[in-house]
Design a protein. Structure first.
Length: 433
């Protein structure tokens, strides 16, 4: 492969994941009330850490790196938990939880294959569904211009969000291949252009941003270690590992490579290490991006040097604040329109995981029903269990933790303990044959 072709393919991979990469810091920063300078740094450090995490995973060392052409970014399943922790416990608790969860993942990486049995699709599907449902109000508020905005739900904001969503849908409907894979990114670009014409875009953050900056650890503050926050982020990390395992096996199949448990352990350790580094530099936890697997299937190019180029470009972009500042000028309503599409896709991912499991047995249907309803309910009414002792409320005050633990416990009760019950309505009477 020529150097020019490798660089071109590297840029394609960067564009395929870029919308997902920048949306996470934009959503979290807006929700936590960051100013323009803080938003620029948050986007920049996230882009850089996506590159670092990708390079850690592409390499193949003795303890770290699965050695597959995989691109990493912050998972959307971490967005709502991070916002919830930041709003209730403070910024320091976010990064303390990310660092601690990364360390826990490294420690359990060798045995996680055995723990996977506690995270079957009915559990992980329930967790992903809970998170997606919890995220929808964030998208709706942004479509209106942002909660507390003076022009909230104005015609201009709703119209701009609608136009952005329509652009994404039209591109997704009529485009094919690579263009279709970056429909969200193109929606953000064209939506922002429309925003310029109606006076919704302020270019001052780009003008004020430095051309180059150095990153620094603990930019937003010293981490604090809150037990509830750590439990939340660890559960999110475990769900991400289950999803990453699917990406690993998909890439292994593409490369005709039989993955061993040692390969998976190195991959898990790399994700844990990426989370620790991300927490230190006030970024996020990182996991595999499945959209880049689709791009590999589409192009047929599976050489790791292409992904190395993508990783290096991401790291380089992280040192350029003006590039990061360009993303912060995207109107909130445009973000809302794109978020609705992205979060809707997360929701359908959860439903896709749950649908075959629910059809397998009424027990699975009950697991999903109770865990999703309870998790979403606590997310919307977080003080519902405040009368419980503090030691228990740690597990019940957060919808993700409450729903996840409920799904795990119910799965053990219905599917792992004691004899399997047969529903008489589903059983076949063999004596009649």
């Amino acid at each position: 492969m020529t150097k020019g072709k490798a660089i071109t393919l590297g840029i394609q991979h960067l564009l395929a994941m870029y919308a997902g990469a920048i949306l996470v810091p934009l959503i979290i920063g807006n929700a936590l009330g960051f100013n323009e300078k803080q938003m620029t740094y948050l986007v920049a450090i996230d882009i850089l850490m996506c590159g670092v995490a990708t390079l850690l995973q592409v390499m193949r060392g003795k303890y770290f790196g699965i050695g597959l052409p995989v691109v990493l970014g912050c998972t959307f399943t971490a967005v709502f938990p991070i916002i919830s922790i930041g709003q209730s416990k403070g910024i320091g608790a976010i990064y303390g939880a990310i660092i601690a969860s990364g360390l826990i993942i490294i420690l359990i990486s060798g045995v996680f294959g055995k723990l996977v049995k506690f995270f079957p699709p009915v559990v992980t599907g329930s967790v992903v569904t809970i998170i997606a449902i919890s995220l929808v109000p964030v998208a709706m508020n942004n479509m209106g211009g942002g909660q507390g905005a003076s022009d909230f739900a104005s015609a201009s904001n709703i119209g701009l969000a609608t136009v952005t969503l329509l652009i994404i849908l039209l591109i997704y409907r009529f485009a094919t291949g690579f263009i279709r894979s970056i429909s969200i990114l193109l929606g953000l670009v064209f939506g922002t252009i429309v925003g310029v014409f109606i006076g919704k875009v302020d270019f001052s953050p780009v003008v004020d941003a430095d051309v180059f900056h150095m990153i620094q650890p603990f930019y937003f503050g010293t981490p604090t270690f809150d037990p509830a926050a750590i439990i939340t982020m660890t559960l999110v990390a475990m769900v991400s590992l289950v999803e990453s395992s699917g990406v690993y096996f998909a890439l292994g199949d593409i490369e005709k490579k039989q993955l061993k448990s040692s390969d998976l352990s190195r991959g898990y350790r790399s994700e844990g290490l990426a989370s620790i580094i991300g927490g230190i530099f006030n970024a996020f936890p990182y996991t595999t991006f499945s959209q880049n697997v689709g791009l590999i299937k589409m192009t047929g190019v599976k050489e790791r040097k292409v992904i190395v180029i993508t990783g290096v470009m991401l790291v380089a972009l992280g040192f350029l604040p003006k590039v990061a500042a360009l993303t912060t000028i995207i109107p909130t309503a445009v973000l809302g329109g794109a978020m609705l599409a992205m979060f809707g896709m997360v929701l359908t991912q959860g439903i896709t995981m749950l649908a075959p499991e629910i059809s397998k047995s009424p027990e699975n249907a009950m697991i999903a029903a109770i865990s999703v309803a309870l998790g979403a309910g606590v997310a919307f009414v977080p003080n519902i269990f405040e009368v419980l002792p503090e030691g228990i409320s740690i597990l019940t005050s957060n919808g993700i933790v409450c729903g996840s633990l409920t799904a795990i416990v119910l799965n053990i009760l219905f599917n792992m303990v004691g004899p399997k019950k047969v529903d008489p309505l589903l059983a076949t009477d063999v004596t009649e044959k």
